[in-house]
Design a protein around this ligand. Structure first.
Ligand SMILES: *[C@@H]1O[C@H](CO)[C@@H](O)[C@H](O)[C@H]1NC(C)=O
Length: 596
C-alpha cells in the first residue's frame, strides 16, 4: 500500500480528466501533461510549485456539432490533448482531438525556464488530421524528427482508416497503403522510437510497436504483437506506392512460456514498451509488457528483446501467400535488389538517393510482402517476469538503472490495471535461471533523475524512488528488503548513492543475507533489531502474527528454548523470520525480526 508521506498527488483543482504525461523537457526542466481541454507545464525541480496552465477548449459551435453527431456519450466532445512535441528552442507543437475534429497549434514556452512563459501562439491553428485521432479512446503515437511529424494514428472520423502518417515537413505527405490489411489490420499503436542502424544517417529507421488483429499466420490468436519499421528518408514509389511508404516492414513479437506439454502460453497483446538506452545508440534494449488476449485466463508478462535478434528477423525471409486459400510460407523466390526495406543513400545503396530511384519490382514486392516470415523471440526465449492466476495485469513499464552498494541493477516499475505499481528487480542466478523480487507495490509514471511520476485519469502523482524508511529501522529489515536504492548506513535504512563510501554501507541485493551483512548489528537487539514481543501461556494456544514488511521476504519462525543456544525452525504455511524463546514460568516470549 502506498504510504501517503512519500507520494505527492496533483489534481490541480481543474475541471478536467484524463491526464497524460506526454513529454519530459530536460532542457527546460519541465514536464508537460495533457488532459481534456488543458495543457500543464510542471516544474521538475519542485513539483509542488503551481503548474503553468493553458486552457484550450473547443469552440461552443464545434462542441454542439460534435454532440449532434452523437459522439458525446462519455464526454468525448472535448479537446483531449494527445501530442506534445518540441518544435524549436522556444515552441512546442501540440495537438488535441478537438471534439472529433483534431487540431494542432504551437505553444510558446519561452527561451529559458525562469521566464515562466507558457501560452498558445495566436492564429497558428492547423488541422490535426494524420497527427492526432478523432476519438480520444483510440491510441496514437508520434515522433517529431527533423521538422517532420511521424504518427501512428487513425485518420478518419469513423476510426477505420489506420495509418503510419508523415506530415508537416518539406517532403511529401506519406502514409501506409490505405485499407490494406496486410500492412495494418485494426492496429492499436503503443510506441514509436528512432533507432539508428549504422553510423550512416541515411540508414536511420523509425520503429513502431503495435498490436493488431491476427493475420492468420502461425497459431492464430485473436491479436498479434508487432514491431514495424520505416526508413526516415522514404519518399515512396515512382510507378506505384506513390506517397506511400516503400520501406515498411513488420514482424511478429513473441512473448510466450513453453509449457511442459509442449503447448506454449502466448502473451499476445502488447501493452507498453520501454526502450532502455545503452552505450551503443544502435543497440538499445527493448522491454515489452504483454497480456493475454481473449478471456481464457488473466495473465501478463515482461519480455526483453535485443536489436540483434530484431535485425536478424528483418534480414530473414519474407512471408508470402500465393492466394486467399493458401497458407503463409517463407518466400523462396528471387528477392529484387536493393533488398526490400533497405534505406536509400545508405550503406548498401550509396547510388540510389531516393526510393523513387528503386526499380519497379522492388516497390511491387514491398506492396505484397510487408511481413517477415520469422518472429522475434525474447532474450533467452522466455519472459523476464510472468504473472498468472492473479486478479491484475501489467499495463505499463518504466526501467531504471541503479548502482547499488553491491553492483548494478535494473529496477522495473510495472503499472497494473488496478492502479498500482510494482517495483520489481530481476537477478541473474546461475546460467539461465533468474530470481525475481517484488520490492514493493506502490502507485505510475515516468522515471527521471530518481523520480517516479504516475499519470492517471484523475491526476498526476509523484513518488520518490528511494522510500527506504518503509523498510523499518533494523539492519536485517533493510537487508531483507533487497532494494538497490537503499542500504544500511549503521543507523538507519537510507538512500544509497553510488558516490558514497562503499565500506560503510551494508546491502546485499543478490542474496539478501542479513546474517552476513548485519553482523554486529543484529546482535544488538535494542536499537538495530527492533523486536516485537508476543507472549503466550504454556499449554494454551496463542495466535502469532508476523507480516512481512517487504512483499518478497521469506519469513521463518524459530523456537528458542530458555538458556539454550540451539534454535529449531517451526514449520508453518508462512515462513516467518522469528526468534522465539521459552520462559521458565510457562510464558513464551516470541521475538521476530524481518517483520512488523
Ligand atoms: C519557433 O517556431 C515558432 C512557430 O513556428 C515561431 O513563431 C518562432 O519564431 C520560432 N522560434 C525560433 C527561435 O526559431
Amino acid at each position: 500500500p502506498l504510504s501517503t508521506g512519500t507520494a505527492h498527488h496533483f489534481s490541480f483543482l481543474l475541471n478536467t480528466s484524463d491526464y497524460r504525461i506526454l513529454r519530459m523537457d530536460e532542457d527546460h526542466d519541465r514536464m508537460y501533461v495533457g488532459s481534456k481541454d488543458y495543457i500543464l507545464s510542471l516544474d521538475l525541480h519542485d513539483i509542488n510549485r503551481e503548474p503553468l496552465i493553458i486552457h484550450w477548449p473547443v469552440s461552443p459551435q464545434r462542441k454542439t456539432e460534435c454532440v449532434l453527431s452523437g459522439k458525446d456519450t462519455n464526454g468525448e466532445c472535448g479537446n483531449f490533448i494527445r501530442l506534445i512535441e518540441p518544435w524549436n528552442r522556444t515552441h512546442l507543437y501540440v495537438c488535441g482531438t478537438g471534439a472529433y475534429n483534431p487540431v494542432c497549434t504551437y505553444v510558446n514556452r519561452g527561451r529559458k525556464p525562469m521566464e515562466y512563459v507558457f501560452h498558445l501562439e495566436p492564429g497558428k491553428e492547423d488541422s490535426g488530421k494524420g497527427k492526432c485521432p478523432y476519438d480520444p479512446k483510440l491510441n496514437s503515437v508520434s515522433a517529431l524528427i527533423n521538422g517532420e511529424l511521424y504518427a501512428g494514428v487513425y485518420i478518419d472520423f469513423m476510426g477505420t482508416d489506420s495509418a503510419i502518417f508523415r506530415t508537416l515537413g518539406k517532403n511529401a505527405v506519406m502514409r501506409t497503403d490505405q485499407y490494406n490489411s496486410r500492412w495494418l489490420n485494426d492496429p492499436s499503436f503503443v510506441h514509436v522510437h528512432l533507432i539508428p542502424d549504422s553510423n550512416e544517417k541515411n540508414d536511420d529507421k523509425l520503429y513502431f510497436f503495435f498490436r493488431e488483429k491476427s493475420s492468420g499466420m502461425g497459431q492464430s490468436p485473436k491479436s498479434q504483437s508487432r514491431i514495424g519499421r520505416i526508413c526516415l528518408n522514404d519518399d515512396g514509389g515512382h510507378c506505384c506506392l506513390v506517397n506511400k511508404w516503400s520501406t515498411f516492414l513488420k514482424a511478429r513479437l513473441i512473448c510466450s512460456v513453453p509449457g511442459a506439454d509442449g503447448i506454449e502460453t502466448h502473451f499476445d497483446e502488447l501493452r507498453d514498451v520501454y526502450i532502455q538506452p545503452t552505450q551503443d545508440t544502435k543497440n538499445p534494449v527493448i522491454y515489452g509488457v504483454f497480456s493475454v488476449s481473449g478471456s481464457v485466463f488473466k495473465g501478463s508478462a515482461v519480455c526483453v528483446y535485443s536489436m540483434a535478434d530484431i535485425r536478424m528477423v528483418f534480414n530473414g525471409p519474407f512471408a508470402h501467400k500465393e492466394g486467399p486459400n493458401y497458407q503463409w510460407v517463407a518466400y523462396t523466390g528471387k528477392i529484387p535488389y536493393p533488398r526490400p526495406g533497405t534505406c536509400p543513400g545508405g550503406t548498401f545503396t550509396p547510388n540510389m538517393k531516393s526510393t523513387k530511384d528503386y526499380p519497379d519490382e522492388v516497390i511491387n514486392f514491398m506492396r505484397n510482402h510487408p511481413t517477415m516470415y520469422n518472429a522475434v523471440y525474447p532474450v533467452h526465449r522466455r519472459p523476464l517476469v510472468v504473472r498468472t492466476n492473479v486478479d491484475y495485469e501489467f499495463t505499463t513499464i518504466t526501467v531504471d538503472q541503479v548502482t547499488a552498494a553491491d553492483g548494478n541493477y535494473e529496477v522495473l516499475f510495472l503499472g497494473t490495471d488496478r492502479g498500482s505499481v510494482q517495483k520489481v528487480i530481476v537477478l541473474p542466478r546461475d546460467d539461465l535461471q533468474t530470481e525475481e523480487l517484488v520490492l514493493e507495490e506502490v502507485e505510475v509514471f515516468q522515471v527521471r533523475s530518481q523520480q517516479l511520476y504516475v499519470a492517471s485519469p484523475v491526476g498526476v502523482t509523484h513518488l520518490a524512488l528511494h522510500r527506504c524508511d518503509v523498510y523499518g529501522e533494523a539492519c536485517a529489515d533493510c537487508c531483507l528488503a533487497r532494494d538497490p536504492y537503499c542500504a544500511w548506513d549503521g543507523n538507519s535504512c537510507s538512500r544509497y548513492s553510488a558516490s558514497q563510501k562503499r565500506r560503510s554501507r551494508r546491502q546485499d541485493v543478490k542474496y539478501g543475507n542479513p546474517i552476513r551483512q548485519c553482523r554486529g548489528y543484529n546482535s544488538n537487539t535494542n536499537k538495530n533489531t527492533p523486536e516485537t514481543v508476543q507472549y503466550g501461556v504454556e499449554g494454551s494456544s496463542t495466535f502469532l502474527e508476523c507480516q512481512a514488511r517487504s512483499p518478497h521476504a521469506a519469513i521463518k519462525w524459530h523456537l528458542h528454548r530458555d538458556n539454550s543456544d540451539r534454535r529449531r525452525e517451526v514449520r508453518t504455511h508462512n515462513y516467518i523470520y522469528c526468534i522465539c524463546k521459552w520462559y521458565r514460568f510457562g510464558i513464551i516470549l516470541f521475538r521476530h525480526t524481518g517483520c512488523q
